[in-house]
Ligand binder design. Structure first.
Ligand SMILES: Cc1ncc(COP(=O)(O)O)c(C=O)c1O
Length: 452
């Protein structure tokens, strides 16, 4: 049927689109930003108004908008082979898997493709449980240990790993066997907030938990190298190394969720490079294609992969995704990684990110409790007094509106802990230059000084 569309997109949207994390009651008076085009670090709305995208979409457009090279690679791939499943094989997936293996530390060689970060995590959790059971036949290793405030995705398993109670409550009961410990939040740490540096007591909590639960019941620890959307908590020095030691001591797998930190965001190509460790499993999405197309990837080391090579048919990994590793998405990822590595964008993220953080720390405003981050992943924790009372929700929402009106899009941690949705988030494209970083600083100073 050839339907003539007479309504505006806004009307159609308000009538039919169910938006993510949005209370629709308020949408008619405050409709979502309708973005029609984008270039570099900027997006444009229906009136042609330009906004500096301080969030790179949702932490994902790492190489910036409008990269013709990716568009051309995808168009050529679609024309040649629009689709084929990875129950068989195709060139783009083979080439991308080899490319990832070549960029990652030695041994991280086996890539299972999905469509999103949640699915990459879901796959990692399933991989860890099946691998642990097959490697330890006399035991029942199924428990997963994660951190409070960490985010791992919206599907039921990934949500069970997510340490954000307000995101989970409506959907409980979630899959069983998920445990959470304190994150490395030095600003509010129960162990070491009064000390000058992190004591790693929060990492040691993981060891205590493994011993209490019984190591023979624990499959894996999952952690973001820097907690991202939960409020930006980079792993302090020595933290990931401590996690690796603990996991090795008890035969527990270590999963690093690099859905945000992968592909340059933190000032290194991968977040794990801030430590010297090698995880057993890594998850990627977002920056793997800079969001030009959906793609997730779960990369395992050879030891994990070997666990699935038993004689019994049932020892194979029983997991399939129709669209996972779509040829066009793999072509987008290859072109995206070409750009990232040719332009060494993680170096720009490190340099501009360090400058940006220093400037933000220099802003005199009592509402700023802490500015923290790594590369171009930065959080500004806002408080209302010197007892670190978190800025309330209504005020945070007002600030976001002010930023949007000022032409700079920033985020905030939503639902990460009851009463603690008070961290402004910055995660711009990795091509951000000093002038654009300066615009962000000036806007943060102006908005906070006017409204707090
Ligand atoms: C660390 C981390 N893991 C997993 C996910 C889920 O990714 P997706 O939204 O692509 O399902 C996210 C999304 O923000 C994330 O930040």
């Amino acid at each position: 049927m050839n339907r003539t569309i007479t309504s505006t997109n806004r009307e159609l949207d308000l009538k039919h689109v169910w938006h993510a994390n949005t209370q629709h009651r308020s949408l008619a008076s405050r409709p979502p930003l309708e973005v029609v085009s984008a270039e570099g670090c900027y997006v444009f709305d229906t009136e042609g108004r330009r906004y500096l995208d301080g969030m790179a979409g949702l932490f994902c457009v790492n190489v910036g908008y409008g990269r013709r090279e990716i568009v051309d690679a995808v168009a050529a791939q679609m024309a040649e082979l629009a689709y084929y499943p990875l129950t068989q094989s195709h060139g783009p997936a083979a080439q991308l898997a080899a490319r990832l293996a070549g960029l990652l530390p030695e041994g991280l060689n086996r890539v299972f493709f999905t469509n999103s970060g949640s699915e990459a995590v879901e796959t990692a959790l399933k991989m860890a449980r099946q691998c642990s059971r097959q490697n330890h036949p006399g035991e029942n290793r199924y428990k997963i240990i994660a951190r409070r405030r960490g985010y791992h995705g919206f599907t039921m398993g990934a949500l069970a790993a997510t340490g954000q109670t307000t995101r989970r409550a409506a959907f409980e009961p979630l899959p069983q066997g998920f445990f959470h410990v304190a994150p490395p939040d030095h600003y509010r740490c129960a162990f070491c907030a009064e000390k000058s540096a992190c004591s790693l007591a929060c990492a040691d909590e993981i060891e205590r938990l493994i011993r209490m639960e019984g190591p023979e019941t624990v499959a894996a620890v999952i952690a973001e190298p820097a907690i991202g959307s939960g409020g930006v908590f980079p792993a302090p020095e020595g933290y990931l190394e401590r996690l690796r030691e603990i996991c090795d001591r008890y035969g527990v797998l270590l999963i690093l969720d690099e859905v945000i930190t992968g592909f340059g965001r933190t000032g290194k190509l991968f977040g794990l490079e801030h430590s010297g460790i090698r995880p057993d499993i890594i998850t990627f999405a977002k920056g793997i294609t800079s969001a030009y197309l959906p793609l997730g990837a779960t990369v395992a080391n050879e030891r994990v992969f070997e666990a699935f090579q038993g004689e019994a048919e049932g020892s194979k990994f029983v997991n399939v995704s129709t669209f996972g590793g779509h040829p066009s998405s793999c072509a987008a990822a290859l072109a995206n990684i070409d750009i990232l590595t040719r332009e060494r964008l993680w170096e720009n993220a490190a340099a501009v990110g360090a400058w940006l953080m220093e400037q933000l720390r220099g802003i005199h405003c009592n509402a700023i409790g802490e500015v923290r981050g790594l590369g171009l992943l930065i959080g500004i924790e806002l408080v209302t007094d010197d007892r670190k009372t978190p800025m309330p929700d209504a005020q945070m929402l007002r600030l976001l509106r002010e930023f949007r009106d000022a032409g700079v899009l920033v985020g905030r941690n939503v639902e990460s802990a009851p009463g603690f949705c008070n961290v402004l988030l910055l995660s711009p494209p990795l091509i951000l230059d000093h002038e654009q970083a300066g615009i962000i600083v000036a806007t943060v100073a102006d908005v906070l000084n006017r409204c707090c």
